[in-house]
Design a protein around this ligand. Sequence first.
Ligand code: GLN
Length: 489
Amino acid sequence: MEFGTLSIQQLLSGYQKKEFKPSEVAASFLKNISDKNEKLNAFLQVRPDETLSQARALDEKMSQVEMLPLFGIPVAIKDNFLVQGWQATAGSKVLSGYLSPYTATSVERLQSMGAVIVGKVNCDEFAMGSSNENSAFGPVRNPWALDRVPGGSSGGSSAAVAAGLATVSLGTDTGGSIRQPASLCGLVGLKPSYGRVSRYGIVSYASSLDQVGPFSRTVWDSARVLEVMAGHDGMDATSAKRAVPRFTEELKAPAKKAFTLGVSRSWLEGVDPDVAKAFDSAIEFFKKMGGKVVEIDLPHTKYALSTYYLIAPSEASSNLARYDGVHYGYRTQSAKTSEELYSKSRGEGIGREVKLRIMLGTYALSAGYYDAFYLKANQVRRKIQEDFEKAFTQCDFVVSPTSPSTAFKLGEKTDDPLKMYLSDIFTLPVNLAGLPGLSVPCGLDSNNLPIGFQMIGKPFGESELFAAAHQYEQIRGEFPVADMAKGRG
Ligand code: GLN
């Protein structure tokens, strides 16, 4: 039996009916990985014995009355999460060979509810990038078209699920790194509200923006993963002390059925025509369900890119100071003085894009420039938040395409950082405002590549996001799967 394209819900139902057991499912995913990963380069580490022994332990529990919420579900984890016993490179040579001493809270919660880890997956170095081409371990390819990027920075997470090599995966999203690759690979991707999920055990990039979230085939699956891993964690002071709704229960009887969508047409200028068409047709679906569309104004989103590229590199320059050849990972062989040990270890171990950001951030934080850059950027960040607060007095969600274009060719944007940065034009403001954002597949372009619809919710408004996206998904109908997942790639 082929399990690669089944959802969590379908796997759970098969387990309940005793049609198959966790070890069979795990073995089939491991086989898919060994057959297809050579082409994709999505997985950086698999530990078949460990995966199978986790799955076999679950086989014994098949007859328990109450099945765990993620019983026997194969999950792939981005390589910037710590999982005890597994490597955590964050896509960087500086951390190659680094073994996690403990497990991230999000992952621990999934494991304790029955999830089976099938591997650690590739990403842009320290989660900086939009195409997965900044990984020290080579680019990942998109299962929909192998000459194209899967998006980034969580490109391994999106490619793994889209190709049928994991049922769901975890990624991190600092400026779009879950929603954009989900969009480019035809998946549902969620960045929860800032503080919804613990960041403990994640390799930090920009701590005031980073969030953990799932990739999945369906909205229900996304809701299931979130309800398991969300909630306060004493190990992360920024995790919110908020009750976590039972999102999947709520989907059975949504409190609200007709939603008001806010669209800012001026924000959407310049998107690919195919993307614009699919976006408009998704809006039509919502109208058919009784929804309304209002024009909103987000006057400060035009500054989001510059704001993000001051705040994120500033925080990164501080967070990445720990990779010095002494505390962690790679150490140069050729240092004669301690000064050289630091500079050569960092110089040899850290890649070009990350160096660029460290320099940018260090500059923005330096005495004399702090007020003009970092402080100013934070003032603009507040203005962007206020734009959304105001918009939410008129609508339930703000909607946009997730990405201005579909998956681009490998190498197409690597020479032009600005072009690459523009891939995140619709996702960055959401992180700056700390809001939840969900990308749901809404169509295919003329090259048969998936397009994503982004829905941005109120703070901690994941319940409503799921309700609306789930409803949309049912009207839209089942979304096609990548050829590779059908066994044709
Ligand atoms: N592409 C953006 C960046 O390079 C966002 C990355 C992310 O969300 N981790 O910083």
